[in-house]
Design a protein around this ligand. Structure first.
Ligand SMILES: Cc1cc2nc3c(=O)[nH]c(=O)nc-3n(C[C@H](O)[C@H](O)[C@H](O)COP(=O)(O)OP(=O)(O)OC[C@H]3O[C@@H](n4cnc5c(N)ncnc54)[C@H](O)[C@@H]3O)c2cc1C
Length: 321
């Protein structure tokens, strides 16, 4: 925690950063690019998994400017390189905590404290995975958590969607544009989804809904996913189902624990914007999936990163001498 940390010599006295960016996905790098070009000398803590969620995907085909598509890790390297060219300083370290009780704010990284006038939080969100046997190996090789992103790779193939909420029903319906058949698996017979979303899935000829089914194990061969062993939770009986794609739609967790409740969030932990991209704390801004309960795309995260950097620039002008 902050009180045990060391205030490093280089960060004491007058050495207060204008803005520290926490997180290095599309939101963070875009914020870094704009803040650097605005001469704010931004410092970014990129986290141990620098590059964010797109480091987990092989092809990004919907980010403008790449007519042939681009590998996720490659695209993130390019975003980083572009921001660094204008002076963004990046440290691949995790922020442990922040102290927002007084200004300048304190950002604690591996026991070292950095002072800053403003902060942009762009720590993203983690998809919730099932953790079934074989899942780790098939992530990005058939199993995804983003139908908008990866649905088009499964043209005329049979896919599974797992979940019982709005996103599961919405993703199943969306996937019928590409897949020859979509099987929606839910471990209960009661759906959390709104009636309209559920009925849309139910009435779609390409969707089969199977209740009381959960994934026990993923099956694969050298080419990728081939199906799954599914289990009826009521009696433990199992069967197999064939599919070359699977979309897990059981939710996301925004990464905000290091804020320790100092910034207002909604019931699910997503940071709330109060004025443009500013949070409930003056001078603390947020961008990307950590805020976004709806779109969750690289381009929307990048767009919000741009907005946050422009809001920081204006806020510094108005509030810091
Ligand atoms: C498998 C998969 C495929 C996808 N494919 C596409 C696609 O094709 N097209 C598309 O538009 N979108 C795609 N998405 C969605 C897209 O990746 C996200 O919408 C986007 O990455 C969100 O960007 P972000 O900057 O908000 O956060 P993220 O990309 O999640 O980045 C957050 C960053 O914050 C860092 N961080 C977290 N905690 C800390 C901390 N305490 N200190 C420092 N750093 C921290 C993390 O290490 C990470 O680098 C995909 C997502 C997944 C999971």
């Amino acid at each position: 925690m902050f009180k045990d940390s060391i205030l490093s010599a280089k960060d004491m006295g007058d050495d207060i950063h204008d803005v520290i960016i926490i997180g290095s996905g599309p939101a963070g790098y875009t914020a870094g690019l704009y803040a650097a070009r605005a001469m704010l000398e931004p410092l970014m803590f990129a986290g141990y998994m620098s590059g964010g969620q797109l480091m987990l995907t092989s092809d990004v085909e919907n980010f403008p400017g790449y007519p042939q598509g681009i590998g996720g890790p490659e695209m993130m390297m390019e975003l980083r390189e572009q921001a660094e060219r204008f002076g963004l300083k990046v440290e691949d370290r995790n922020v442990e905590s922040v102290d927002l009780s007084e200004r300048p704010y304190k950002v604690v990284v591996e026991g070292e404290t950095f002072l800053t006038h403003a902060i942009i939080v762009s720590t993203g969100a983690e998809s919730i995975w099932l953790g079934a046997k074989g899942e780790e190996e098939q992530k990005g090789r058939g199993i995804s958590t983003c139908a908008t992103c990866d649905g088009a790779f499964f043209r005329d193939e049979e896919v599974l969607v797992i979940g019982g909420g709005d996103s599961a029903c919405e993703e199943a319906t969306f996937l019928t544009r590409f897949a020859s058949k979509v099987t929606l698996l839910h471990r209960r017979d009661v759906f959390k989804a709104s009636t309209i979303m559920y009925e849309r899935a139910l009435n779609n000829d390409k969707i089969e809904i199977k209740t009381f089914r959960q994934i026990k194990e993923w099956l694969s061969d050298e080419k990728g996913l081939t199906g799954a062993v599914i289990e009826d939770p009521r009696d433990g009986s199992t069967s197999t189902i064939a599919a070359t794609g699977a979309f897990i739609a059981i939710g996301h967790t925004p990464i905000t624990s290091f804020l320790d409740g100092q910034v207002e969030t909604d019931g699910e932990g997503y940071i709330l914007h109060k004025k443009h991209t500013m949070t409930s704390v003056e001078g603390v801004f947020a961008a990307g999936d950590v805020v976004d309960t709806r779109y969750k795309q690289a381009i929307t995260a990048a767009g919000m990163g741009c907005q946050a950097a422009m809001d920081v620039e204006k806020w510094l002008e108005d509030n810091v001498e």
